[in-house]
Design a protein around this ligand. Sequence first.
Ligand code: E4P
Length: 230
Amino acid sequence: MKIFVDSADEREILRWFREGIVDGVTTNPTIMLKDGVSDIESGAKRLSALVGDRPVSIEVTSNDPEEMLAQARAFASWAHNIIVKIPVVNEFGESSLRVVNELTREDIAINATAILSFNQAMLAAKAGATYVSIFYGRIADEGGDPTLVVRNTRQWMDAWNSSAQIIVGSVRTVLDIQNAALSGAHIITVPPQFFPRMIDHKYSRDTVRQFNRDAEKALQEVPIRIAAGK
Ligand code: E4P
């Protein structure tokens, strides 16, 4: 399973890349705004250069299919690792699947986003999306069971040899990450503030503290000898 970082904050992205746990980056217009990126083009180019060959998702910002196509082609020309995020429907509920399909035929990799149901995920995969972004927290906000949506989508993809991959986004708690990982997500995109909470544990700290105290006592009696030149 891969982990992406859901952020446009270069310092945070680099920090977690250096830990060796992050395989890509996702953004959306809200994240860009929050992280102070108002020029999408220069921001997207900087993020793509920062992460080398790893994928960086950048989202189109229009309700109009022709404008989505034009933006997507421009985004894809900025860097080889840009994945274009297309919302599965626009804000009026009109399908974006034709846009997904046309761009896929042009070899532009698509992350179909704002997915809140199994049916949306299935249709986006059929239209050719490389990634389908299931919004875990937003499904739960509405009283739905996001674990079931992820599990059913994964089961369907495996049964029909779909090449699409599930990205679980809209993570709200550490438990969401754990549940998504165990219900078949190919990728989870994690807001960076969750990584310290995933890694740290009070009892791990206590354990290491105990070892360090005892080591100090032992080292007072017999220091560790490090051979010269080694
Ligand atoms: C990721 O691809 C999504 O854009 C993001 O996780 C949405 O999260 P939210 O529901 O917290 O806005």
